[in-house]
Unconditional design. Structure first.
Length: 126
């Protein structure tokens, strides 16, 4: 039986930040902050992954005092940059395919779900 690990919000944020940098997302992009918050929220509540446009983006928009359209676009841009520059082996591990050119990048919700699920499993945050 898996034992649930307790991790502070600060520790979780640090783990997600390090992982996102490993994925090739530059920290200076606005989408980096939005994506980090999205992954953190989904790590705590995986049901948000099923309602990205109805729940997650509006929650992030309120948190960052912007619109959900700007949140979506900034996250998409961060993922595109990550997909172009990132670690192919890590993408292969996360998505089952890599950024070799024959595959299109994952959608925002696929990316968020995969990263959140990976962190939940890797750190026993079930």
């Amino acid at each position: 039986m898996l034992q649930e690990k307790v991790m502070s919000d600060r520790e979780l944020e640090q783990v997600i930040s390090e992982f996102m940098l490993e994925l090739g997302i530059p920290a200076h992009l606005r989408g980096y902050q939005y994506l980090r918050s999205a992954v953190e929220m989904c790590t705590k509540d995986m049901e948000l992954v099923g309602s990205v446009t109805k729940l997650l983006y509006p929650d992030l928009a309120r948190m960052y005092k912007t619109t959900d359209q700007k949140i979506e676009r900034a996250i998409r841009n961060a993922i595109e940059v990550s997909w172009e520059r990132g670690n192919g082996e890590l993408f292969e591990q996360l998505f089952g395919y890599c950024n070799s050119g024959e595959y299109t990048r994952p959608t925002n919700s696929e990316y968020i779900a995969s990263v959140a699920d990976y962190i939940r499993l890797e750190y026993g945050l079930l």
